[in-house]
Design a protein around this ligand. Structure first.
Ligand code: CU
Length: 74
C-alpha cells in the first residue's frame, strides 16, 4: 500500500467533500484516509491504476489535476 495525495479541482464545499469521499470509497482496493476541499489522501496497492482514481473523481463531476505518490503505508 502506498499513499496518494490527490489534488482535485471543482470542489467548493462540504457537499463536494461528501461526493468525492463516496466516489473514492467505491473504488475497489482504495482506502480513503482524508478528504477536504480540493484535496484527498488515499491508500492503495501499488498495482491500482491511477486511471481508476481519475475515473471515479471525474464520474462524480470533479477533475483530478495532480496525483502525488507518497511513501509506503505500513
Ligand atoms: Cu460543494
Amino acid at each position: 500500500m502506498s499513499y496518494y495525495d490527490l489534488t482535485i479541482a471543482g470542489m467548493t464545499c462540504a457537499h463536494c467533500v461528501r461526493g468525492v469521499s463516496a466516489a473514492l470509497a467505491r473504488v475497489p482496493g482504495l482506502v480513503v484516509e482524508h478528504v477536504s476541499v480540493g484535496h484527498a489522501r488515499v491508500r492503495a496497492s501499488t498495482t491500482l491504476a491511477v486511471d481508476s482514481i481519475r475515473e471515479a473523481v471525474e464520474a462524480a463531476g470533479y477533475t483530478l489535476t495532480a496525483v502525488e505518490a507518497g511513501g509506503v503505508a505500513t
